[in-house]
Design a protein around this ligand. Structure first.
Ligand code: EZ4
Ligand code: CO
Length: 402
């Protein structure tokens, strides 16, 4: 089999998505997600100008060789733009491979290690009462694990809290909006949030929380310690993770489990975090971390150190990435949990898919390949619109991590 064509579909059904379609001389095609939230066209250009011309004539079964060709062969390596571009190609090739062999991709990755993929979803509220309602709402939908975020008194527009009654969406059209941040107010508030949520929902529900890179290691250590009585499933991204050894300090002080890595793009970003056992869950996602080929290797490396996966799964990861994550998640032994922030009905219509939610678990479905398609005619009705993630400033105006 040979690759005959490769092109991008850039669309915005409620939010921007960049999708790669690779066609072959067999008539089969594969889809890959190339969405990098707020920097979409950089990846699109990297693919169109530099990668796609090199794919024509290659055998789509050669996922390892194509991956090395795009990684080592570029000389310049790693970084979110490059690794998202490589991921798009890699995932599209796995999709083709599954279709050609008439089997779901999970069968090429080890088969099923479990009956379903446990997912967590997002609950949020402007105040604690609303947050508790939101957690309970998701429990009644069948979720076994829920992430709780809440407005912090005295801090305008906290991370994860929706504006104006709309579902929370991490990117907004127009130029970047600004939000304010106070570590002091946050640290004083969050323990009371989880005290009340835990009291309301009982012991069995898995509760998670995303700190979104906003603390220093010693502040994160304090937070982790103060949350211990409420037995969180994890504390996510407690601090910016460029400084991997910063996590050693957090670890020394708290038994609250730690998840990090949604902004990572290769195993090298998490190499020390994993081999030193400074984290419990690695969140690097398939779309930003070099595709299924590299995510599988990263998961296998993490397994040696009893670190599990907890892949990023917000709405800026398209249904193609969600499907890929579910195929990998059901196959690997050290799967931990999968994030599931539901896409809008319009996004789901543009990307018809086989995966489904049932009683707290998701299943990738049994269609050959990934089981996701794209309705190109519908996608064309929703052209790309520039959008950005917000930025954050401290109360005195200093730019800080969003
Ligand atoms: O801010 O996906 O855990 N989920 C998250 C997300 C991220 C966005 C960034 O594009 O942290 O809400
Ligand atoms: Co996060």
């Amino acid at each position: 089999m040979k690759i005959t064509a490769a092109r991008l579909i850039v669309c915005s059904p409620d939010r921007n998505f960049v999708t790669l379609k690779i066609e072959t001389d067999s008539g089969l095609y594969g889809l890959g997600d190339a969405t990098l939230n707020g920097r979409e066209l950089a990846v699109a250009s990297y693919l169109t100008e530099h990668v796609l011309p090199c794919l024509i004539g290659r055998d789509p079964f050669d996922t390892e060789d194509v991956w090395q060709y795009l990684y080592r062969g570029a000389y310049w390596r790693r970084g979110p733009v490059t690794m998202t571009a490589i991921a798009a190609v890699d995932v599209a090739l796995w999709d083709i491979k599954g279709k050609a062999l008439n089997t779901p991709v999970y069968n090429l990755l080890g088969g099923k290690s479990r009956g379903g993929v446990m997912v967590y979803t997002h609950a949020n509220g402007r105040d604690i009462a609303e947050a508790i309602d939101s957690v309970q709402q998701h429990i009644s939908e069948g979720y076994l694990a829920v992430r709780a975020q809440c407005g912090v008194p005295g801090v305008e527009s906290s991370y994860g809290v929706p504006k104006g009654g709309k579902p929370y969406e991490p990117a907004e059209r127009g130029l970047p909006s600004e939000s304010l941040w106070s570590t002091e107010k946050y640290l004083n508030f969050v323990p009371s949030l989880f005290e009340q949520v835990r009291m309301a929902v009982g012991k069995d529900v898995h509760l998670l929380h995303d700190v979104h890179h906003r603390l220093t290691p010693i502040e994160a250590a304090r937070l982790g310690k103060s949350l211990e009585p409420y037995h969180l499933f994890w504390m996510e991204d407690p601090c910016p993770a460029e400084l991997q050894e910063g996590f050693e300090l957090i670890r020394r002080h708290t038994t609250t489990p730690i998840a990090t890595g949604e902004v990572f793009n290769s195993v090298w970003d998490a190499h020390d975090l994993i081999r030193r056992q400074w984290i419990d869950y690695i969140r690097m996602t398939i779309v930003h971390g070099g595709g299924i080929t590299h995510a599988k290797k990263t998961a296998d490396f993490a397994a040696l150190y009893q670190v599990k996966t907890g892949f990023h799964g917000a709405t800026d990861l398209s249904p193609v990435t969600m499907a890929a994550a579910l195929h990998l998640g059901i196959a690997i032994h050290n799967f931990g949990i999968q994030e599931h922030m539901a896409h809008s009905a319009l996004t789901d219509e543009v990307f018809p898919h086989q995966y489904r939610f049932d009683g707290g678990y998701m299943h990738p479905g049994d269609a050959p390949g990934l089981g996701v398609d794209i309705d190109e005619a519908l996608a064309a009705k929703f052209p790309y619109q520039r959008a950005y993630l917000p930025i954050a400033r401290k109360l005195d105006g200093t730019l800080t991590d969003w």
